[in-house]
Design a protein around this ligand. Sequence first.
Ligand code: ZN
Length: 404
Amino acid sequence: MHEAALERLAGLREAGLFSGRFYAERLISADGSDPLTSYERFRRTPFMTKDQIRHASVEERTATAPEDVYGVFSSSGTTGRRTMYVYSRNDKNVHERFVRTFLTEIGVTARDLGAVMAPIGTGVMAHTMMWEFTTMGAGYVNCPEPSPENMLETVEDVPVSVVATRPDVVSAACYRPELRERFAASGVRLLLLGGGFLTEGRRALLERVWGARCYSLFGMSEVFGPMAAECQRRDGLHYLDDYLLIEVLDPLSHEPVGDGEVGVAVYTTLWDKGFPLLRYWTDDYVSVTHEPCDCGLDLPRMRFFGRRADGLFPSPRHRDQPIVFPKQIEETLFSHGLVGEYLCDLYSGSLVVRSERCDLAEADPRAAGAELSELCALPVSVKLVDPGTLGVCAGSRRIRNGGW
Ligand SMILES: [Zn+2]
């Protein structure tokens, strides 16, 4: 199991990739055996955690020579303090390989004009989105404050054909009835959505309002932004397994789960990376399947369910095992026509969902509540409220566990 990946790691170790202080103890086993000779041995390598990364300096985490540094970027800071990462020239090459594989598959060409609808800071997302377009030979325009008005202005003023952003950002267009026709009349034909999850319900809503086909990308700053993407079949996210080893482990026993089963993702990067990941425990709940895909790409597929920190837990004492992820709640709400902005609050063992009325679907809050009660094994009440009253904005957390 994973022989090719271990062989690659051994070569990288030989080349000095793990010479930084952060890695010093990681590839030495207690009994003196070489952990890269079998998966059984490799599995004993301690996990790398986000906390350890935060407490190590940028220098300790890289073996990249100054002349090979492409840039230093920070994480989005969604789960705490920002962390800085060195990106090497080689990371840029691997990113380009990823982009060519997937953006060619979904039909992005040099004739496209991309719009990056994300704040332009030192964060990874905006930069890698710009690189996606330039790698494909396409031009791009930035919309760093993507309010519905600014997005509309961007796609009306210039012939934008592809938009890269987060699902919640482009969703704001759906909730402005007076602007919808103009969004639909724009030349945007593809929405590339990363950062957060994309439910099938939201995908359908976005495709209807934008008149564009939606694809989901999955990534994290620790890698280089996108690392998995949908093909035209849109049945899971393919990733380049030559470059990324994803172990899917049972959250409690840490035993690998079967093909297609859900567990916690542990990532190991397999190239000469600026900041190598070695058994990085992320708290991402995913499944990985090696079943062939109808698109013909000979690459495994992952599905992303959610992060442990964002999950709903059965009680404050059981915080290891999330029972339901926000993605499942949103899918249920949308399937019952509750397609507006929403907020869910967990108060002493019951869930209160408030959903803003939206004229794009026939809402059935009672049916949604019944299905959610069953899904969450909790009493759930679903209420419709007037548009604009929840004050939800792009990037807000919609499921709040705070009421215990
Ligand atoms: Zn496929």
